[in-house]
Ligand binder design. Structure first.
Ligand SMILES: *Cc1c(COP(=O)(O)O)cnc(C)c1O
Length: 367
């Protein structure tokens, strides 16, 4: 039995008729940049997931750039972020000329460790970016307590956590700004690039809306130095077709995770937790840890089970941040994660037979 790490074709085949009809309508109406399809998607996204409003953008990196601009971060400012995440998390910090300061993650959730944040705060610290990695909410209560005490602007990178809540609040509304990605592999993936920005602060949201389109509220009048972060009409139309399925897809991801957690019995294996006490994961990834993960990966490949290494290198050890001067061993939990993680297939269209084949193959690893 073959179990690919990810197969996007199943989901897109199922929605083909609806998707093509939506694209045709957008094409015939020549609604190519923002427009009604994007607005309808923004409203549906906000209503479905519990946001006061949402701004659709052209990628998941753009809202992180937008948030850094809205925060007013700039040269000389330091912004705290986790090192075990996708690089986009910190691009916004660098784009505005500020400096990322990496704080180690927790062993059990892979997320920013609140207990290590305060030691990294200096008079130059202006913000924190918390990531809800692999769909698992970060410990926002502790993070926000520290942020309030030090007057820091908090961004939540929700790229992998669409649909997740923390203490009943949708992720992205706990800090100052929340950012999403609709890259095709995300839990809610478009057919191309896309992203979104949310905020519980009306002032911030209003300014984000201006910055998204050239800093302009009135055509050819520019109050701010802005961006072109518009979402395409086609992308809005396609995301509108997919959004109603997100809740069902999330439920299926949770079922698969539960099945993995109950079935995998391999010795020396650390399984991902089902949630920190305040938030339940939407399982963007199912990432276990094993000291011999390369051998385990090769073993699974011989059983036709696809896997991925997410992530092999922590951000503080990336070549582009060599000038920041982090030595090997500086952030040991993140480095240990990079050396031992292995992600198993977890997409909604997997059958129970496929999941059981993965479980049996993992358990058959001779070690
Ligand atoms: C996908 C992702 C982003 C945004 O990526 P884009 O490719 O620009 O959509 C940001 N942060 C994290 C953690 C991600 O996984």
């Amino acid at each position: 039995m073959k179990v690919p790490f990810l197969d996007l074709s199943l989901q897109h085949r199922a929605l083909r008729e609806q998707a093509l009809a939506a694209l045709t309508a957008t094409y015939d109406a020549t609604r190519f940049c923002l427009g009604k399809d994007v607005e309808d998607f923004e409203n549906a996204f906000a209503t479905t997931l519990g946001y006061p409003a949402a701004l659709a953008l052209n990628s998941g990196t753009s809202p992180l750039h937008l948030a850094a601009a809205l925060a007013g971060w700039g040269p000389g400012d330091e912004v705290i972020a986790p090192p075990f995440t996708f690089i986009s998390t910190v691009w916004g910090i660098s784009y505005v000329g500020a400096t990322p300061v990496f704080v180690d993650v927790e062993q059990d959730t892979f997320n920013l460790d609140p207990a290590k944040i305060e030691a990294a705060i200096t008079p130059r610290t202006k913000g924190i970016i918390a990531v809800h990695l692999f769909g698992q909410p970060a410990r926002m209560q502790e993070i926000m307590t520290i942020a309030r005490k030090h007057g820091l602007f908090v961004v939540e990178d929700c790229a992998q956590a669409a649909g997740a809540t923390y203490q009943g609040t949708p992720v992205g509304l706990l800090g100052d700004a929340g950012t999403f990605s609709f890259y095709p592999t995300k839990n809610l993936g478009g057919c191309g690039e896309g992203g979104a920005f949310v905020s519980r602060r009306d002032d911030l949201f209003a300014k984000a809306k201006l910055l998204r389109v050239h800093g302009s509220g009135r055509r050819y009048f520019h109050d701010h130095v802005g961006f072109n972060f518009r979402m395409d009409g086609f992308q809005g139309a396609l995301l509108g077709v997919k959004l109603p399925h997100l809740a069902g897809w999330t439920a299926r991801r949770r079922e698969i995770a539960t099945r993995y957690r109950a079935g995998i019995k391999l010795a020396n294996t650390l399984l991902p937790v089902s949630g920190c006490s305040e938030g339940e994961s939407v399982w963007h990834q199912f990432t276990l840890r094993h000291p011999k993960r390369e051998a385990l990966r090769a073993h699974l490949a011989t059983s036709d089970v696809g896997t991925d290494l997410i992530y092999p290198v922590p951000l503080h050890r990336q070549a582009c941040y060599a000038q920041l001067g982090y030595a090997e061993g500086a952030l040991p939990v993140a480095e240990q994660a990079c050396a031992t993680v292995l992600s198993l297939p977890i997409f909604p269209e997997l059958t129970n037979e496929q999941v059981d084949h993965v479980i049996a193959s993992v358990n058959a690893f001779p070690g």
